[in-house]
Design a protein around this ligand. Structure first.
Ligand code: HEC
Ligand code: HEC
Length: 357
């Protein structure tokens, strides 16, 4: 492993072919060839996590690939207006979510229909977005780039802009070992950046790994309530079983979002959304796929008093007497919120490696 990490990519970057005034191109020379080292980054699966789903072997994050991915992530050139970067909607201090609007807003202030998801532990997810429309992390960014309410651009335009840029051709060559600015590399670099976003250092993780942390009585009590009433869906270290379910939210008449049915076409998937990870939940407000609930108190009040019935309501919310909802006492709600806050990973939220500046 050590050896691999120090893999040296030797690269010959010829002086850029420059156009002379009469339109002729000067031939490249190898006079100013240079050597670039590009060490592999250490992607480690935390000991309390399941195996990664992303194939690290097929796109191993390297120092230069990661830096390129980060620059792209924060670059407005990926959008038609030159402003709306990925980082515009995915802000690190909120675990890479967006807050100025309930649902995200993109170019020309266009309002989307969904609440921006946090970006963390993506290397461990099977599918992406609230309805699982993206099945591969490398192709997920095509959705925001081309969506007219997000970046409203085409991938080929983005590539033309980057290829004509002063810096990107060199950065692409350094990251991938040969010249060429293309879509495959654009998405691989973005994935290298996102795959490294591992959040595994909350108090909850440390307790799971048996490290020296102690939960307060309230946090412990909250954990016990969580294990009986929430963990069937918000399961395991990732805090999601990655299934799609209807948790009883009333249909939002503005968006009429049918959820997973949009992807599968199955009526049985009507109004089902991916069970979100609750990691960093304290930072990712507002809540639910359309950001309709402002606080964690609102979420718990919804689970006890706000659900509506429908044919696809998850069976776990049905009581034997035909009524539905979760039974959580006011005291348990306070305990649950104390527990949910142990899922905050400040090391991740403040990690300079992922910061724009
Ligand atoms: C206009 C705001 C906006 C921009 C710009 C944006 N996103 Fe997102 N992102 C969202 C929203 C909203 C969702 C949820 C989409 C859905 O469920 O349909 C999302 C979801 C995602 C997900 C899925 C996360 C998961 O857990 O499944 C990834 C990955 C992602 N975005 C990466 C990116 C990248 C990379 C870029 C830049 C190329 C980008 N986003 C640009 C708003 C945005
Ligand atoms: C039957 C599965 C299920 C159970 C049980 C469940 N949830 Fe959820 N939860 C979901 C789904 C699905 C969503 C997303 C719904 C949506 O946005 O349409 C969700 C959303 C949330 C959100 C919002 C997350 C975000 O990123 O916006 C929070 C917070 C939450 N649940 C907490 C809890 C707590 C606390 C409990 C236990 C008291 C619980 N849930 C029980 C399935 C479940």
């Amino acid at each position: 492993m050590k050896l691999l990490k120090h893999l040296i990519v030797v690269l010959f970057i010829w002086s850029c072919t420059s156009e002379s005034s009469d339109g002729e191109t000067t031939l490249p020379t190898d006079d100013d060839s240079m050597m670039v080292t590009n060490p592999l980054l250490d992607f480690t699966v935390p000991s309390n996590f399941p195996d990664a789903t992303y194939s690290i072997a097929q796109n191993p994050p390297t120092e230069k690939g990661f830096e390129l991915g980060k620059k792209l992530f924060y670059d407005g050139q990926l959008a038609s207006d030159g402003v709306v970067s990925c980082g515009f909607c995915h802000i690190q201090s909120f675990a890479f979510t967006h807050h100025t609007h309930i649902t995200s807003h993109g170019v020309d202030g266009q309002i989307g229909t969904r609440n921006a998801q946090p970006l963390h532990n993506l290397a461990f997810m099977n599918e992406f977005t609230w309805d699982g429309a993206a099945t591969f992390l490398d192709t997920q960014p095509i959705i925001p780039i081309t969506s007219d309410v997000e970046m409203n651009e085409t991938v080929s335009n983005v590539i033309s802009k980057l290829a004509a840029d002063d810096e990107y051709p060199t950065l692409f060559a350094e990251a991938f070992g040969s010249e060429g600015v293309n879509a495959d590399r654009l998405f691989k670099a973005l994935s290298q950046f996102m795959v490294m976003m591992v959040s595994a250092n909350s108090k909850f993780d440390k307790l799971e790994r048996g490290e020296a942390v102690t939960f307060t009585d309230q946090e412990n009590a909250g954990r016990a309530v969580f294990d009986t009433k929430c963990a069937s869906c918000h399961a395991g270290s990732l805090q999601t079983d990655q299934s799609y379910r209807n948790n009883g939210l009333p249909m939002n008449p503005t968006f009429n979002d049918i959820g997973r049915e949009r992807v599968t076409g199955l009526p049985s998937d009507h109004r089902k959304f991916k069970v979100p990870s609750l990691r960093n939940i304290e930072a990712t407000f507002p809540y639910m796929h359309d950001g309709r609930l402002a606080t964690l108190e609102d979420v718990l009040n919804f689970y006890t008093d706000g659900m509506v019935d429908s044919p696809t309501l998850d069976e776990q919310f049905r009581r034997p007497d035909g009524t539905f909802g979760l039974d959580i006492t006011p005291e348990e709600k306070i305990q649950l919120i104390a527990f949910l806050k142990t899922l905050t990973d400040n090391d991740f939220i403040e990690d300079r490696r992922f910061a724009e500046f």
